[in-house]
Ligand binder design. Structure first.
Ligand SMILES: C[S@@+](CC[C@H](N)C(=O)[O-])C[C@H]1O[C@@H](n2cnc3c(N)ncnc32)[C@H](O)[C@@H]1O
Length: 363
């Protein structure tokens, strides 16, 4: 994981979470110049050495995957980090968890991980909506914050969003804000338990010497992409099924390949998450190759891009056509693939994976 301590130039330098003492010289100077914007809203009791003066002018470079001590949100409504987190000076250094529970004096607030579902407000559960309306601070990836309805963003005291990457720093920011006494929701698409931040949050809470109970940590489920995308193509996942992500950022490619072989060999229907990115097209190609080793090229595959969003696209194709789709707009990082098993067929433009009722009942 890469880290940096740059600040988005477009944002204010205010710390809404704020360490209460011992900032680094550069941060102190920066804050002296923006006196009215520097109020601490978080209240960790010590020591940040953030380099908040460094602007980030790049669009999508790794430098935006910042450590929480110093990255600030691209959103006009948000601000710099809590400040209790550790910081480092090099953009090449790994993200580190900095503050510990002892750095906070306040009575902790609550931390909830909320799944938004596929994207549009009507795809959110009533419980998720209500949890977000109650949250004082909302923390998330900019794309997901942008998906929130106005009634939620307008009602929050503060929103902290960061561009892609920076999951560790963003999650730590949420935890620090909760430890500082705020009720915080950390959001993500789909469900917090599916390639998402619920587990990371618990790991970081533990590493800080805090407890989940102390923060009244809770997970509010959302509809995962597998299910929202499956719904768009009929009934592809009705029997035993598995999910595999093609991202080798946190799982190495030999492991991903081995899991693809195992799932394809055993007749599971397979949901492929994170199918494609500019940096790792090879993984998609390798995945197609492995699936075709075990499955008939005519096996139906649902390809769902941006389910429930404005740019949604849905197609049902044959497995043999999948490799060439890697070159199309249909397959990117907002696409999920639903690979049928040997029983899956297409009827009336819908995928059907029989559950097995036909072996027991006449209909
Ligand atoms: C980091 S994972 C997050 C998964 C999410 N927590 C869930 O429960 O679905 C991101 C991947 O989820 C899938 N995804 C998320 N939202 C989607 C949507 N609206 N339409 C299609 N796929 C989506 C894509 O495969 C994307 O690469």
């Amino acid at each position: 994981m890469s880290t940096d301590n740059t600040t988005d130039a477009s944002t204010e330098t205010e710390s809404k979470c704020g360490a209460s003492e011992a900032q680094s010289a550069s941060e102190t100077e920066s804050k002296a110049e923006t006196e009215t914007d520097t109020a601490s809203k978080c209240g960790a009791s010590k020591a940040s050495s953030s380099t908040e003066t460094t602007p980030d002018t790049s669009d999508d470079s790794a430098s935006k995957c910042g450590a929480s001590s110093s990255s600030s949100s691209s959103s006009s409504s948000s601000s710099s980090s809590c400040g209790a987190s550790s910081s480092s000076d090099s953009s090449d250094e790994e993200e580190e968890v900095g503050s510990t529970v002892d750095d906070f004096d306040a009575e902790p607030g609550q931390l909830i991980a909320v799944g938004l579902g596929p994207g549009q407000p009507e795809g959110m559960t009533a419980r998720a909506r209500s949890a977000l309306l109650d949250a004082e601070h909302i923390v998330g990836y900019t794309t997901y914050v942008d998906l929130l309805p106005d009634e939620i963003t307008d009602g929050a005291d503060d929103i902290y969003d960061t561009p892609m990457c920076g999951e560790v720093s963003r999650t730590e920011e949420a935890i620090d804000r909760a430890l500082a006494g705020n009720d915080v929701a950390i959001i993500g698409s789909g469900d917090p338990n599916v390639y998402a931040l619920a587990g990371l949050a618990l790991e970081i809470i533990e590493s800080k010497g805090a407890t989940a109970t102390m923060l009244d940590f809770d997970v509010v489920p959302g509809v995962p992409a597998a299910q929202s995308c499956a719904a768009r193509v009929g009934a592809p996942l009705v029997n035993d099924t598995v999910s595999i992500s093609l991202s080798d950022h946190l799982t190495d490619m030999p492991t991903i390949e081995s899991r693809l072989h195992a799932a394809a060999k055993e007749g599971f229907t397979i949901t492929i998450y994170n199918p494609w990115s500019r940096k790792r097209r090879d993984n998609y190609e390798k995945c197609c190759e492995i699936l075709l080793e075990h499955r008939d090229p005519e096996t139906p595959v649902g390809v769902v891009h941006a389910a429930g969003r404005e740019d949604e696209q849905v197609e049902i194709v044959e497995l043999g056509e999948l490799p060439e789709l890697g070159e199309s707009d249909l397959v990117d990082m907002t696409t999920t693939l639903l690979v049928g098993n040997e029983d899956t067929y297409v009827w009336d433009d819908r995928m059907v994976t029989p559950r097995g009722y036909e072996t027991k009942y006449d209909y």
